[in-house]
Design a protein around this ligand. Sequence first.
Ligand code: SF4
Ligand code: SF4
Length: 433
Amino acid sequence: MFVHQIHLPHHKHSAENETIELPLPAKVTISMAQHLGAPCAPAVKIGDKVKIGDVIASSEAVMSAPVHSSISGTVTAITDVLHISGKYLKSIVIESDGLGEVSENIKPPVIDSREDFLKAVRESGSIGLGGAGFPTSMKLGFDPKEKQPDTLIINGAECEPYITSDYRCFMEDGEKVLDGIKLIMKWLAIPKCIIGIEKNKPKAIEKMTKLCRDIPEITVMGLKSSYPQGAEKTLIYSTTKRVVKEGMLPISSGCIVLNSSTVAFISEYIKTGMPLVRRRITIDGNIVGKPQNVMVAVGASLSEIVSFADLKKEPDRIILGGPMMGSCAFDLDYPISKTNNAVLLFADTPVYEPSACIRCGRCVRACSMNLLPTELEHAFDAGDVKKLSDLKVHLCVNCGACSYVCPAKRNIAEKNQLAKNFVREQLQKMKKE
Ligand code: SF4
Ligand code: SF4
C-alpha cells in the first residue's frame, strides 16, 4: 500500500528550550467539554470552595472523562462560553484564593487488577493529549474476549509544524513515558510496544532507545518526517504495516495508539493521584520572541500564557493547535483546554483569494486517506448527500494537506469538515422522517 504524505517546514523553534512552569492563574474558565464524547455536568455550584484536583464536573457516559479544578478558590459562575466550534458550552469559572491548595482527596490510586487500573485512568480525567481529546479510559477499555490488542503504539510523531510539546515530554519526562507504557502493557496484557518518533527528533529517539535498551518488548522506531505521520491509521501502517479497514476502529488491527504525553500523564497519576489539571503547551509563531513550552493550568486564559511569550506585535491570527489542524481562537480571553497542545500567534498573515480549480490533481496525491478532495467539494457545493457518502467523506481526517498543496488556494479541507457535518445532519434528519 502506498500512503500519500506531504512535506512541511518543521519550524520546531522551541525544541531545545526547557519547559517553564507558569504561576497559577488568578482565574480559570473550565469547559464541560474537554474531550470527545459526552460533556460533563457541573458537580459544584456558585459559591463553592474548591481545591486543586477536586472533581468539579462528571458524566455517567462511557465516552467521557471527569473534569477537575486546576486552582484553589471559589466558583463564581457557571455559564455558557462561546467555543471555537461555534457552539456555546457550559463552563465553570473559578477565582483563585491565591493559596494553590491541593485537595485532601488526592492520593495515589490502589491498583490490584485490570479493573482498578481502568477505573483509575477514568478518574484521572485523562484524554488524548495529542489534540484529539479521545477519553483514554474508553480507548483502553476494550473487551479482551472480543479483541485483545497485541501492540501498543506510542505516537511521538508530532508531525505538525511548530509543536514540540511531545518532544519536550520525551526529553524531560522520558522515564514517565516508559513507566506509563509498562503500566499499560502490564494491566492490559499487551505484549509489545512500538514508540514511533519522527526522524527529525534524533535526540528523543536516542533518549528513548537508551531507556528501553534492556526491554526487548519495547521498540523505538524512527519514522519518516512527513505529514500526517501522526494520524492514527497512518501511524499504525508506518509502524506495523497493518491496515485499519474502512469503518473499523484501530483495535481491529490489534493496535492501540496513545500519545506520548498521555502515557507520561498516566504514570504521574498512578504515582501521585493528581488528575489532569495542567498540561504542556508550545507557544510559537512569527511574532513570538521566546518560542518555548510552558506547563499551564487547564482553564487559564490565553493572555496569561502569552504574557510569557515576548510578543513583538498584536496577533492577527491565534491558532490553538498546529497550523494544519488547529482552530483559530477569537481573542486572548479564550481559555485553554486539556486538548490544546500549542498556541501559535501570527501577524501579517497573508489572505489568499481562491481561484478556479486547474485540475492539477495535487490534492488527490496529497490525501493520506486516498479521497478525491475535488469531487468532495463539488458534491458538497451541490448538496449531494449520497455522492458525499459514496466518496467516503466520513474518512477525511481533517489533516488539511489538500488545502495546503492546492495552487489555486481553494479551501477544500475546510469544506470537507462542513461536508461531514452536513452529511451527519441530513442522515439524522432522514432517520427521523
Ligand atoms: S483534509 Fe481530508 S480530504 Fe483533505 S487531504 Fe486530509 S484527509 Fe484528504
Ligand atoms: S489541488 Fe487545487 S487546483 Fe489542483 S485539483 Fe485540487 S483543488 Fe484543483
